[in-house]
Design a binder for this molecule. Structure first.
Ligand code: NAD
Ligand code: LMR
Length: 338
């Protein structure tokens, strides 16, 4: 065994076994809100990720059931469950990556901002736990409204003296996943061949797909641009309406969250050239947070890329996005500073 791997003994029916503590070498990942609509498929997919050695599943309900279920999968990661606030600190101790899909989802007719009153407090409590128990972990924040919950998390970490902007990432991957899918449909391509940068934030007009930068290079008619931009911006609402009161995107979100988490883990491992869009502390615009392409490395979002050349349609969209984003960011900051 490599010398830096701690061994642990266990015994079942008198047979004593020795295995690496925490399973195979790899990263320790916690999911907060693991029993929810996103949390469950996300937990399942993370259990399948070979970069994960330990998977902690935390929720205020049903965590033991989800943990028992997932722990029977014959993959390498060791799974442990944690139920309720008294177990939050144990869930977080020693984690390399914390993924947060905890909080209420939208119902038809609601905006993401309508979730603020409940989810802001949930995110605050969870981030206080992170500051205390795993201040160096990378945080992937999924709970809505992302445009406000990321500033909330940043303020909590600042207060605790643990804030490292590189380690706090709002997950906007689902916007990219949708954009790749919808653009591929229009172009008649395999979505896996398409790469659409989506910048700004994660709500309505703040979701700004840069269709002029699509790879492979292509051009769109004004009608196609309008259709695609609106469809990408309203993708979440499309699912909320189709689910008709039973919640919002969970399966595509779990897929997107795992894609993004895997990117973060490969960055942590030291892989080169890992780039994805995320909502991060940023100097790309005058706003303190903005989603754009970031390069992920051993310490998190090590480089935040400029937006690149935009056409007139995108420049107009950028102004609208910034106006709404400014308010949502301020609302998050004020929630902690008040
Ligand atoms: P859900 O209601 O199915 O699950 C949420 C889970 O969070 C539940 O299991 C609940 O018990 C748990 N929870 C509540 N309070 C908690 C706390 N204090 N600590 C730990 N866990 C707690 O909802 P969902 O469909 O999984 O959505 C979760 C969140 O993700 C929502 O806010 C939703 O809007 C958001 N979301 C974001 C994106 C994105 O692209 N960033 C996409 C989809 C959904
Ligand atoms: C999404 O984009 O699907 C999520 O933000 C959930 C929602 O409320 O739309």
């Amino acid at each position: 065994h490599p010398s830096n791997v701690q061994m642990e003994e266990s015994s079942i029916l008198g047979r004593t076994n020795c295995r690496a503590k925490g399973g195979a070498p790899g990263f320790k990942v916690a999911i907060l809100g693991a029993a929810g609509g996103i949390g469950q498929p996300l937990a399942m997919l993370m259990k399948m990720n070979p970069l994960v050695s330990v998977l902690h599943l935390y929720d205020v309900v049903n965590a033991p059931g989800v943990t028992a279920d997932i722990s029977h999968m014959d993959t390498g990661a060791v799974v442990r469950g944690f139920l309720g606030q008294p177990q939050l600190e144990s869930a977080l101790a020693g984690m390399d990556l914390v993924i947060i899909p905890a909080g209420v989802p939208r119902k038809p007719g609601m905006t993401r901002d309508d979730l603020f009153n409940i989810n802001a407090g949930i995110v605050k409590t969870l981030c206080e736990g992170i500051a205390k128990c795993c201040p160096n972990a990378i945080v992937n924040l999924i709970s809505n409204p992302v445009n406000s919950t990321v500033p909330i998390a940043a303020e909590v970490f600042k207060k605790a003296g643990t804030y490292d902007p590189k380690r706090l990432l709002g997950v906007t991957m689902l916007d990219v996943v949708r954009a790749n899918t919808f653009v591929a449909e229009v172009l008649g391509l395999d979505p896996r061949e398409v790469d659409v940068p989506v910048v700004g934030g994660h709500s309505g007009v703040t979701i700004l797909p840069l269709l002029s930068q699509v790879k492979p290079p292509c051009s769109f008619t004004p009608e196609e641009t309008e259709y695609l931009t609106k469809r990408i911006q309203d993708g979440g609402t499309e699912v909320v309406q189709a689910k008709a009161g039973a919640g919002s995107a969970t399966l595509s979100m779990a897929y997107a969250a795992v894609k993004f988490a895997d990117t973060c883990l490969r960055g942590l491992r030291g892989d080169a050239g890992i780039v994805e869009c995320a909502f991060v502390a940023s100097q790309v615009t005058e706003l303190p947070f903005f989603a754009s392409k970031v390069r992920l490395g051993r310490t998190g979002a090590e480089e935040v890329y400029q937006l690149g050349p935009m056409n007139e349609y995108e420049r107009v969209g950028l102004e609208k996005a910034k106006n709404e984003l400014a308010e949502s960011i301020q609302k998050g900051i004020s929630f902690i500073k008040k």
